[in-house]
Design a protein around this ligand. Structure first.
Ligand SMILES: Nc1ncnc2c1ncn2[C@@H]1O[C@H](COP(=O)(O)OP(=O)(O)OP(=O)(O)O)[C@@H](O)[C@H]1O
Ligand SMILES: [Mg+2]
Length: 232
């Protein structure tokens, strides 16, 4: 579904990621693991069109999408939930969800699915997004992305700022989405959580993919255990 090949990009004329190769198959959950500053967000920006790759190709369902503007990529079925969530703080929960469908009209059936996944959002339709708790804002960011009916959902550190019990809840919601057949690409530092969800993963360090494998292989890898699982 997604094929990233030889991608490089960065800021102010300097690449911070380079030689990036990875794939995501339809129905798969793929993790991008890496510590602070590894380049996870930069990589996601390159895939969803917020940053233009200086080298390499990004193909989505066979179509080369590198160089496309973000709105066109999102219309093609690739949704991105940034770590900072970027909600419209002064608009209501329901308005935020409706805007997720833009430029199409929000479909009631999609709204129903979001409320089924996150009943809390349904109870808070009229509340301003900016006054929702951190966990609720994460639900809203995911719900808003789902309103565009994505075929691939990219989530950048979905547990940012969440207490451990809320991080678990966020991953339970992602497991439900996975069961519905949605393809997921998740950047995460909370490695045990993401490897429980993912089929496969890639370790990104210093702007390069250093390792790849099944979730099980990565979980058992001594370097991964030392670096991310606190095992000495
Ligand atoms: N807008 C920017 N301008 C200049 N440099 C940037 C910008 N955004 C990120 N960088 C740099 O690019 C490198 C990779 O950052 P990036 O945000 O992609 O890492 P990350 O893996 O997402 O880290 P984190 O887990 O902390 O979110 C870092 O050295 C960072 O300082
Ligand atoms: Mg980041």
């Amino acid at each position: 579904m997604l094929e990233v090949s030889g991608v490089a990009t960065g800021y102010l004329g300097e690449n911070v990621i380079s030689g990036i190769d990875f794939t995501v198959g339809g129905g798969e959950v793929v993790a991008i693991i890496g510590s602070n500053g590894a380049g996870k967000t930069t990589l996601f920006r390159a895939v969803c069109g917020l940053l233009r790759p200086t080298a390499g190709t990004v193909r989505f369902e066979g179509e080369p999408i590198h160089g496309w503007p973000t709105h066109r990529i999102s219309r093609a079925g690739l949704a991105f939930v940034p770590a900072e969530r970027h909600l419209f703080a002064y608009m209501s929960v329901k308005e935020n969800l409706a805007l997720g469908a833009y430029p199409r009209r929000p479909r009631p059936v999609d709204l129903d699915l979001v409320v089924e996944l996150f009943p809390r959002l349904g109870e808070r339709f009229a509340q301003r997004a900016g006054t929702m708790s951190g966990g609720e804002q994460q639900m809203l960011a995911v719900g808003r992305a789902l309103m565009s009916r994505p075929r691939l959902l990219m989530l950048d550190e979905p547990t940012t700022g969440l207490a451990p019990n809320l991080a678990d809840a966020a991953y339970r919601a992602l497991a439900t989405l996975r069961q519905s057949g949605l393809t997921l690409l998740v950047a995460e530092q909370q490695v045990p959580l993401v490897l429980r969800l993912a089929d496969r993963g890639y370790v990104l360090e210093n702007g390069r993919i250093q390792m790849e494998g099944s979730a099980k292989e990565l979980e058992q890898d001594p370097d991964v255990r030392r670096a991310y699982l606190g095992v000495t």
